[in-house]
Structures are given as C-alpha cells and as structure tokens.
Design a protein around this ligand. Structure first.
Ligand SMILES: Nc1nc2c(ncn2[C@@H]2O[C@H](COP(=O)(O)OP(=O)(O)OP(=O)(O)O)[C@@H](O)[C@H]2O)c(=O)[nH]1
Ligand SMILES: [Mg+2]
Length: 222
C-alpha cells in the first residue's frame, strides 16, 4: 500500500479581528476564552496589544483568526492603528454593568473608523452573567440604548458572558458569516432580558469584495 502523502488542497484565509473598548470590559478574557477555553477571575491589565490566533475549519478552507486586543487605558491609544488597520472585523466591547463603557463606544468607533472604514463592526456587551442579576429597569434601559448604538453603527449586537460561556463562539461565527456572506443557522435572541444576539437585520448583508475587506486567500499549497 502506498504511503505517499496526498497533496493538500486546502485554502487558508487569514481574518484579522480587533478587540476594542474601555479598560476591564473583558476584551482579553474573551479572546483567551475563545482561543484557549480558559477564564480567569483575576484582572491582569493589558499593556499595549495582546495577540492570539485560532484556526477554524470551514469546509475546504482553514480560517485563521488573528485576534488583536488593545489595552483599554488611554495611554495605549497610539497602538489603535496596529489593531484597526487591515482588520476584517472590529469588535467593540462594553461592560453591561457599567453604562459609561457603552458611552465610550462612540469615541472608540469614531477613532477606529478613522483607520479602517470597511471593517465589519460588531457591538458586544460583556458580563451578561452579572447583568442578568441586575434590576430589570436597568437591564431594559441598557438594552434599548445598546440597540440604538448597534443601529447607528450598522453592527450586529451580542450580549455575552465569558465567565458563563454565553455567546462567546457566536461572536466569531457572526464575523465569519458577515465576512464571507454565509447564512448562519444560529437563532437570534431579541427579547430584553435574553442574552441578545441580533445579527440578521444589523450589519452588512452583502459585504464588499474580499480585497476591500483585506481577506488574504493564498493559492492552495500542493
Ligand atoms: N463576571 C464576569 N467577569 C468577567 C467577564 N469577562 C471578564 N470578566 C472579568 O473582568 C475583569 C477584566 O477583564 P479583562 O479581560 O482583563 O479586561 P480588558 O478589557 O482586557 O481590560 P484591559 O486590558 O485593561 O483593557 C477580569 O477580572 C475578568 O475576570 C464575564 O463575562 N463575567
Ligand atoms: Mg486586556
């Protein structure tokens, strides 16, 4: 029997994703959970930019997520171009228990857009596990405000909990669906009080050409 290696016909696509938002909203936790499946209760401030990769198999294509997470302290703002430029998607994160972090999104969005006009943007409210325990009036107010922001930003809206593994994988599934114009079979959650997952009516339904989004598809290796 021949043991010759069959030449690989797999395509590889690199998808850069930037994670942006105020300090302690949970950017690093989300990235580490998605890539390494661990969660740490303890806070370690990100000094500058933190980078991790994860491969996702999509039919005959390997999607390599290059995830860049920018420390939320203002002193690292000079590294915003490094995280934003060439990104296929920028995920804007705010802490659902701290409304001021949602307010900050306006400025993060304005500045990141200055470096990248074409990236898909996604708005993510973090720490849903804590939020769901809070006063229902508060939950309603924050949810409605977040929905308005998502509409203005033309962005899918996702509430997630890294601690309780809620909607973490789905954030990246939505990135792939939007970037490659694929239909996602994940049900939406649109009712206030639920971990919101609204992506069908928000964000691009037909993305610009892959070149514009800077998705690099090298020829299959043989
Ligand atoms: N309860 C709860 N805590 C969380 C969640 N996600 C993150 N945290 C906690 O929030 C704190 C801040 O998380 P980080 O991921 O370090 O925040 P960051 O946005 O990277 O912060 P900077 O690096 O300063 O920009 C840590 O103590 C985490 O354990 C979550 O989903 N639920
Ligand atoms: Mg961090």
């Amino acid at each position: 029997m021949s043991t010759d290696k069959v030449p690989s016909l797999r395509h590889q696509v690199r998808v850069k994703v930037g994670l942006i938002g105020d300090a302690q909203v949970g950017k690093t936790s989300l990235m580490v959970k998605y890539v390494q499946n661990v969660f740490d209760e303890e806070y370690t401030q990100t000094l500058g930019v933190h980078y991790l990769e994860r491969k996702v198999v999509l039919g005959s294509t390997d999607v390599i997520f290059s995830i860049m997470d920018l420390g939320g302290q203002r002193e690292f703002i000079n590294m915003l171009p490094l995280v934003s430029e060439g990104a296929v998607a920028i995920v804007f994160l705010f802490d659902l228990t701290r409304p001021e972090t949602l307010n900050s999104i306006k400025e993060w969005y304005r500045q990141a857009r200055g470096f990248n006009e074409t990236a898909i943007s996604i708005l993510v409210g973090t720490k849903y596990d804590l939020f769901v325990e809070m006063d229902s009036k508060y939950q309603e107010e924050v949810s409605r405000t977040a929905m308005k922001y998502a509409q203005v930003m033309k962005s899918p809206l996702i509430f997630s909990s890294t601690q309780s593994s809620i909607n973490v994988q789905k954030i990246f599934k939505v990135v792939i669906a939007k970037a490659f114009n694929l239909t996602l079979k994940v049900p939406e959650y649109k009712q206030i009080g639920e971990p919101l997952l609204i992506y069908k009516s928000l964000g691009p339904t037909r993305p610009p050409s892959p070149n514009k989004r800077q998705v690099h598809t090298p020829p299959p290796s043989s």
